[in-house]
Design a protein around this ligand. Structure first.
Ligand code: ADP
Ligand code: MG
Length: 729
């Protein structure tokens, strides 16, 4: 019996995993986090104050204090049965990394003790050579270290019976370059804070800090683990490279917001409970459009914490799924023919006075502040659309972007009818001087329109990669498997750059004796004119938009190897340098790493296709041919006329035909891959993998394999079918 049928049988024998959730979420929330309240309990006054100063203001912590904090952390962790600690970081390989060390050590005199000192808290040296570095470190100096990021609280990760104290860290080379997602993100948030406070101070001198906020929405698929094991493509690529669509896909639209199947519901409550213990404030869970697809979302938080929580949650979900014999697929396009998954990044800016800078205000003055940040955000997206596109570029996302289910690779901004009108009002006063009394400003009675504005957030903005949704922008094109740090680093840096430029221009006018509000409006008017081409309210999925966007000169780069070019243009290099986020060599390195990731992903998919064809598909087809032949020969032998086996002959013919195509395509695919492998230059190689390997063969091959799946006997087919993967729970 093939693995497919063993796996299907196991579904009937499997007992549901029981899960007893907490009575109240409040009782377990943050249970495994070293929050400031916990810190107060475990640290002395001095250490506590230093920790707060470090969390809030980025103050450096000296060695003595680090020792005290480490002691407190260890005492807390031990009270919870923790034996090991780990520096936890987010390397560019796209998953989280941990290296566990025990508190337990043996001193030189032979005494065994449990120890965790300041040095171990502040810095560690993982074997960095096996993480991607894009040539930043040559092998002989392949050294990097993880450094404590005190702005993110330590937490305890429970794996099975084991518990580990995790210290959030950034990962940097000895030469100072960042090697992870987190270090540049923190830099971007820091510079954005400065640029935004400067602009805020035009309106309110009391504002001393601006934080970017992020509320992500994570889409994912969940399938039976045993069935997944029977699909080499799922276990190795996270997606199906072959598979005929089942008769029922998502056409009935009966999955979206439908009731959640029991087994999945238990899994959700289980991972949510783990998430709450880790302080991840999950709010929503629901079915998504495709069968087997779901979504979860937390309350929004400051960006860096939200990023940690997202990567942590992905990790937790995979582990908890394991307990339920389920498999989570975060891939952007696990199944052809039905929707893929994204990770919407809701983004806004919040002041330390509690004002959401992207929420329209109630008074003319706050309205102008809103308008300032709103227009600057649009201008940032307009000026650096190519960079935003690059920030979400990945092999997985290429399968999704623009596939009539996800925003296209053209970056545009949706703002709704009312705000479009407001911007037109400001823009129309061409040449006209803004007059303070006549209150261009007062007339911007944006607040009145809010209810309508929210109502406006219906279907059309779903097709927009960057949509304003009332009090935040929603960057919808981020891939479901991505670390959102990448998109957030770029978004916040381009915002910072734009605000800096804005301030320079406004100050310039003020120096020429223009009134502040008038100066601001004039620059805003200029920005609206310069960036209105990026505004689009129509259907982003439509063919017409592709033409229109081309006419407007908006970049449309659907393929990752080329989309990544934007990271290393002179313009990008200057911009990142100006904001202290990336040096030129860091950008070059990241560009290289992303290209390499792309190549490897496509390479693995191509190999898996080859394996599947040679080891599964062709043997299956031959087996079925033989069955048909035996049958035909038997019928012939007893003297029946050809008319009694024409159907068999026809099927035999079709199977043979597809089999030949499958074989030739795989053969050519392997040759194309070998040629691509010889290319030295990474970018050229990535382009070759895209155009000569993927584009040339993937779909063609799939077409014939899927035809075979539909032709050969169900019992012959060894790979779990879509209907089983998607509907059997
Ligand atoms: P919906 O879009 O489903 O109507 P909401 O508007 O409440 O629901 O929010 C959708 C997502 O946007 C949630 O994940 C939420 O955390 C996030 N969000 C809401 N406000 C903000 C904000 N100011 N900054 C960042 N994210 C936000
Ligand atoms: Mg949303």
């Amino acid at each position: 019996m093939s693995f497919r049928f063993t796996a299907l049988n196991s579904l009937f024998e499997r007992e549901d995993v029981k899960f007893e959730g907490p009575a109240k979420i409040k009782a377990i929330f943050n249970e495994n986090v070293f929050t400031l309240e916990t810190a107060r309990e475990y640290l002395n006054e001095d250490a506590y104050k230093n920790l707060i100063a470090s969390v809030k203001g980025g103050k450096k912590i000296d060695r003595t204090v680090a020792n005290q904090i480490a002691n407190g952390l260890k005492a807390w962790a031990e009270s919870k049965g923790v034996t090991h600690f780990s520096h936890w970081f987010q390397p560019l390989s796209g998953i989280t990394a941990e290296k566990h060390d025990s508190f337990f050590t043996i001193k030189s005199d032979g005494t065994a003790i449990e120890e965790f000192d300041g040095a171990a808290l502040v810095q560690q040296e993982p074997d960095a050579s096996s993480f991607p570095n894009g040539g930043l470190r040559t092998t002989f100096e392949a050294r990097g270290y993880t450094a404590w990021d005190s702005s993110s609280p330590a937490f305890i990760m429970e794996i099975g019976q084991g518990k580990t104290l995790c210290i959030p860290t950034i990962f940097i080379a000895y030469t100072g370059e960042s090697l992870d997602y987190k270090a540049p993100l923190l830099k971007a948030l820091d510079v954005l804070n400065k640029s935004a406070v400067d602009v805020c101070n035009y309106f309110d001198r009391n504002i001393t800090k601006v934080s970017a906020t992020l509320g992500w929405e994570q889409e994912y698929f969940i399938i039976d683990e045993t069935l997944a094991f029977a699909r080499p493509d799922i276990t190795q690529c996270g997606r199906t490279v072959f598979g005929a669509l089942s008769a029922k896909g998502q056409q009935l639209e009966d999955h979206y917001f439908g009731s959640i199947p029991d087994r999945i519901y238990t899994f959700m409550r289980d991972f949510e409970t783990e998430a709450y213990k880790l302080g991840i404030p999950l709010r929503t869970r629901h079915n998504e459009v495709a069968p087997g697809q779901y979504e979860c979302a937390p309350m929004f938080e400051e960006v860096s914490i939200a990023v940690d929580h997202n990567t942590l949650l992905m990790d937790v979900m995979e582990r908890v799924a394991n307990r339920h014999q389920l498999k989570v697929l975060f891939h952007e396009k696990p199944f052809a023919g039905i929707n893929g998954s994204g990770k919407h990044n809701n983004w806004s800016l919040c002041t330390d006075t509690g004002v959401n800078l992207l929420a329209p205000g109630k008074t003319p003055k706050t309205n102008l502040m809103f308008l300032t940040f709103f227009v600057n955000a649009i201008k940032a997206v307009n000026d650096y659309a190519d960079l935003l596109r690059a920030s979400i570029a990945s092999a997985g996302n290429d399968y999704r972007l623009g596939a009539n289910e996800a925003p296209p690779a053209i970056i545009s901004v949706f703002i709704g009818e009312n705000l479009t009108k407001v911007l037109e009002d400001v823009e129309k006063r061409v040449g006209d001087k803004f007059d303070e009394q006549d209150e261009a400003i007062l007339k911007l009675d944006i607040h009145k329109n809010i209810p309508e504005l929210l109502l406006d957030n219906t279907d059309r903005n779903r097709t927009s990669p960057f949509a304003f949704t009332g009090n935040k922008f929603e960057f919808r094109a981020v891939g479901s498997s991505a670390n959102c740090a990448n998109a957030m680093t770029i978004l916040n840096t381009i915002m910072s750059e734009t605000l800096k430029q804005f301030k320079t221009e406004v100050d310039g006018l003020i120096e020429k004796d223009e009134k502040k509000e008038i100066a601001i409006l004039q620059v805003l008017q200029k920005y609206i004119k310069e960036s209105k081409k990026v505004l689009f309210e129509g259907d982003g999925y439509s063919e017409a938009w592709h033409h229109e966007a081309a006419k407007r000169g908006l970049p449309n780069v659907p393929k990752t190897p080329l989309a990544l070019d934007a990271m290393v243009t002179d313009k990008a290099k200057k911009m990142f340098e100006n904001n202290n986020v990336f040096t030129h060599s860091e950008l070059e390195a990241r560009h290289e790493i992303e290209l390499e990731k792309y190549i490897k992903k496509i390479q693995i998919e191509a190999r898996v296709m080859g394996d599947l064809v040679l080891n599964h598909i062709i043997p299956i087809a031959i087996q079925y041919q033989n069955e048909l032949l035996t049958n035909i020969n038997g019928l012939k032998a007893i003297g029946l006329p050809e008319t009694s086996y024409t159907a068999q002959l026809e099927i035999l013919n079709k199977v043979s035909n597809h089999l030949q195509h499958v074989y030739t395509n795989v053969d050519e695919l392997v040759k194309a891959r070998k040629i691509a492998n010889k290319i030295e230059d990474t970018r050229t190689k990535a382009i070759a993998y895209d155009s000569q390997v993927k584009e040339m063969y993937f779909d063609k091959l799939r077409y014939h394999v899927d035809k075979l799946e539909q032709l050969v006997g169900n019992n012959n087919w060894t790979l779990p079918k879509y209907r089983e993967l998607l509907f059997h729970k």
